[in-house]
Design a protein around this ligand. Structure first.
Ligand code: SF4
Length: 316
């Protein structure tokens, strides 16, 4: 086991006492990802632990879990699992930790971000997207009831925390199928004087302009990604139907930047290929005179390749 987060930084952990009966239940609140044939990354969403396990260790742990008996596990592995909040007596024991974690966050609403994800669908197939295609094509979106419930919860939270920022992201939030969810959310932001931060690939910015104009009293913070210039962008930020997107995103940024309460961050996801053509990117920005606009700024983000090509750290 190789801890990537220290014990001190965990949200919740279990200290095994001498008189503890054996814990026999592995939490289900885990995200696992194979990082090499020998190693597995395990993220414990209940305790915040993030650890690398050797595959044979993890197999052994799961075997114990199936048998509901961890006595055969070496002592050092057992105490590591207990200390880092992986094993519990039973589901009730696990739920107790979950409830106390929720109570902690409810009592400190400022620690929570207000976010709405209309859907995880996306109309792009970016070459480095971390979301599996099956998720991006599942054609599921928030129902009207879910949107209303989310707004109700966010309104309660705002009244306690004063945090007036609402983030909207996906997938791709500004797809045409999400129009009514976005309209309701803009209306909600307008009524409650919230700032709205939207992370989008920008393909449908132009179609959403009318709605943004209608709710022009809302401060909009829109992040749009343009990787390089046209030729590079279109082969990395690939539209699902093979359509070119660069020019229409640029027109969307131009139009949006004319709205008085819109702030745009143009994000570039950087790797060696983009760096090699950065002089051309700068020339393009200057030609558009974006660098002179007070409501446009720029963000460079690295694409960090992890142990294998299937993992990259990025968002839209
Ligand atoms: S990186 Fe963003 S825009 Fe690209 S496919 Fe993934 S979710 Fe869509």
């Amino acid at each position: 086991m190789i801890p990537l987060i220290s014990d001190e930084d965990l949200w919740a952990r279990v200290s095994p006492q001498d008189n503890d009966p054996p814990r026999t239940f592995l939490t289900k609140r885990l995200i696992t990802k194979e990082v090499s044939p020998e190693k597995l990354l395990v993220i414990n969403s209940l305790s915040g632990a993030c650890d690398l396990f050797y595959a044979d260790e993890w197999d052994r742990i799961n075997q114990c879990n199936r048998e509901r008996n961890f006595r055969s596990l070496p002592k050092n592995i057992y105490s590591f699992l207990a200390r880092r909040g992986y094993i519990y007596f039973d589901e009730t024991d696990e739920d107790r930790v979950f409830v106390s974690l929720m109570q902690y966050y409810r009592s400190k609403p400022s620690e929570l971000q207000n976010s709405i994800i209309p859907s995880l669908d996306c109309n792009f197939n970016c070459t480095y997207c971390f979301q599996p295609k099956s998720v991006r094509r599942q054609n599921l979106r928030m129902t009207e009831d879910q949107v209303a419930t989310a707004h109700k919860i966010i309104r309660e939270r705002i009244s306690r925390s004063g945090n007036k920022l609402l983030r909207v992201f996906g997938g791709e939030p500004l797809q045409l199928q999400n129009h009514s969810i976005i309209e309701k959310t803009l209306c909600f932001a307008s009524e409650n004087e919230l700032d709205l931060q939207i992370t989008t690939n920008g393909f449908h910015l132009l179609e959403y302009l009318q709605l943004f104009r209608k709710y022009r009293n809302v401060s909009l913070y829109v992040q749009v990604t343009l990787d390089g210039i046209s030729a590079t962008h279109d082969v990395r930020r690939v539209h699902a139907r093979g359509l070119s997107s660069f020019e229409r995103i640029v027109r969307g940024v131009d139009a949006l930047s004319c709205l008085p309460k819109a702030h745009i961050t143009v994000r570039h996801n950087i790797d060696q290929e983009i760096l090699d053509e950065y002089a051309e990117v700068m020339a393009f920005v200057k030609e558009k005179r974006w660098h002179l606009k007070k409501n446009i700024d720029f963000q460079l983000s690295s694409l960090f390749k992890s142990y294998d090509k299937s993992i990259s750290v990025t968002d839209t």
